[in-house]
Ligand binder design. Structure first.
Ligand code: SF4
Ligand code: SF4
Length: 497
């Protein structure tokens, strides 16, 4: 057992109100400068939709992530030889139009306009050319289904639905959407790290945060292709790649990242997960529909004395283990099985997990009226307006079971709390609902509390930072590590080593 620590995240999608406060917090802190205008390290997408950059989930187009070849995982963009051949022309890169042409407004027109009968306007000008432009796209252009036939209809996840299901979704009274906020997943098996020819991208040994060394980056942009989530960006002004740094200067001082801290819906949770690095290859080398379980198997129980022993041997200290035991991410992902990885079939082992949304999925209509009747216990989930296949394509490699379980469990918690607060439920029905998902009342109460009433300290359990012990960073030979995914410490870190 080779125990490592990973700072991990959960986003509870039922609570996201699509306000974009997170994106703006990040934009103002990190990407409000030359060359970074088009970058949204945090963005919020409307689903169904094509996202940012357009159709980023379509790996036939972008060749991101890993695939199984002859029983072994390989980068989808090809091996080293192919990457060298594509060095000067990489055909699988998103172009500016796939992101959008960034713009600002000519605000001085508002002040300098001569007196007149008409209202002065500030015209949009391109931040790339400085010329007036017509705005034709933006980072969430398909917000709230605007332009559905152009955007939502082209969502790559619709491949999992039948033609009839797809058609039904676009009937006006059946339209359905939810929000999907996205940041870098700080993956365990990061494609961006493995693809970088310069060894500029690395995974911090002590907490698993994935960073780009700006001194070493040579702007090859292999990371942009290799990241299936399109969360590395090329800065045209500096000639270097950039990405979400999980606000590590904030984390090191015990503060949550800016997007987490500012989140209006309080959908975001952050905490440490212990995992077994020996199992990484096995976890990414299973068929698509088993990936969620394999990834969960990687995660270790921080209460297990054997895990504690092995963690201490690897240089993880007691205070960090204590934080791992209180981690809300551990509860959502491993204990309660409520949170799932986004597109596990990309095989980067993403460390950001999502609780799939129960609403508006439940709001199905049978004959024009909302069908919230409960003849069979879980009928609103089984007859959901958004087919469960769609959520399975997003969060479980096509396997319906983990999604169904997560939705049923959330539903059971609602019934349980309704009995408690309104009192109009049949006790037997509630008991049956809890039994169906093997949940007792104490757990239902705990899920309710952490979902609805968490304090700041419960949402963000940040393990203490130990930069003084991160000696591997100084002794590492980055040239030797090229083409590796970077799994953190290989030797026990020691002060003064
Ligand atoms: S591959 Fe994973 S770690 Fe690398 S940029 Fe993409 S999401 Fe982040
Ligand atoms: S701030 Fe929170 S609630 Fe608002 S869009 Fe971002 S993740 Fe959703």
């Amino acid at each position: 057992m080779d125990v490592r620590l990973q700072i991990s995240m959960v986003f509870h999608l039922d609570k996201c109100i699509g306000c974009h406060t997170c994106s703006i917090a990040c934009k103002n802190v990190w990407t409000d400068r030359k060359g970074a205008e088009y970058m949204w390290w945090n963005n919020v997408e409307t689903k169904p939709g094509t996202g940012y950059p357009t159709a980023w989930e379509d790996q036939e187009k972008y060749k991101g992530g890993w695939e199984r070849k002859n029983g072994q995982p390989e980068l989808k963009m090809g091996g080293r030889v192919l990457r060298v051949l594509n060095v000067f022309h990489n055909p699988y890169m998103p172009k500016l139009d796939d992101y959008y042409e960034p713009w600002t407004y000519k605000y001085e027109d508002l002040f300098n306009a001569p007196e007149g009968a008409d209202q002065p306007t500030a015209r949009p000008i391109s931040m790339v050319t400085g010329q007036p432009m017509n705005i034709e796209a933006g980072p969430n252009w398909d917000d709230d289904l605007s332009g559905s036939p152009i955007y939502a209809a082209n969502d790559p996840n619709f491949a999992a639905l039948t033609d009839k299901q797809r058609q039904e979704l676009f009937e006006i009274e059946r339209l359905v959407f939810f929000y999907l906020p996205r940041i870098c997943n700080h993956c365990l098996n990061a494609g961006c790290v493995a693809a970088c020819p310069s060894g500029a991208i690395y995974k911090r040994g002590e907490d698993g945060i994935v960073l780009i060394n700006q001194e070493v980056c040579r702007g090859w942009r292999m990371c942009v292709t290799a990241c299936p989530y399109k969360k590395t960006f090329y800065n045209w002004s500096t000639g270097k790649s950039e990405k979400c740094i999980l606000c590590f200067p904030r984390l090191e001082t015990g503060q949550a990242p800016a997007c987490f801290h500012s989140c209006v819906g309080r959908i975001r949770y952050l905490g440490g997960l212990l995992y077994d690095a020996d199992k990484i290859l096995d976890a990414m080398n299973v068929p698509d529909d088993q990936l969620v379980e394999a990834q969960r198997d990687l995660i270790l129980d921080p209460f297990d004395p054997e895990v504690r022993e092995a963690a201490l041997r690897n240089g993880i200290d007691d205070a960090t283990l204590e934080a791992a035991r209180r981690s809300p991410v551990y509860k959502y992902v491993k204990e309660w099985k409520l949170a799932l990885p986004l597109h596990p079939e990309f095989r980067t082992l993403p460390m950001l997990f999502y609780v799939p949304p129960l609403l508006p999925v439940m709001a199905n209509t049978d004959d024009g009226t909302y069908d919230t009747a409960n003849a069979e216990l879980f009928s609103p989930i089984e007859k959901a307006r958004l087919p469960m296949q769609y959520l399975a394509k997003l969060f479980s490699g096509g396997n319906l079971e983990p999604v169904r379980y997560a939705l049923k469990k959330q539903y059971a918690v609602r019934l349980f709390k309704r009995l408690d607060t309104v009192g109009d439920m049949d006790k037997v029905v509630v008991k049956h609902a809890l039994n169906e998902v093997k949940m007792n009342e104490a757990e239902a109460e705990a899920v309710y509390r952490l979902t609805s009433l968490p304090t700041m300290d419960e949402r963000f359990v940040i393990p203490p930072s130990h930069r003084e012990e991160a000696m591997q960073m100084l002794s590492d030979d980055f040239l030797m590590d090229r083409g590796e995914a970077g799994m953190g410490f290989r030797d026990r870190p020691a002060r003064g080593a």
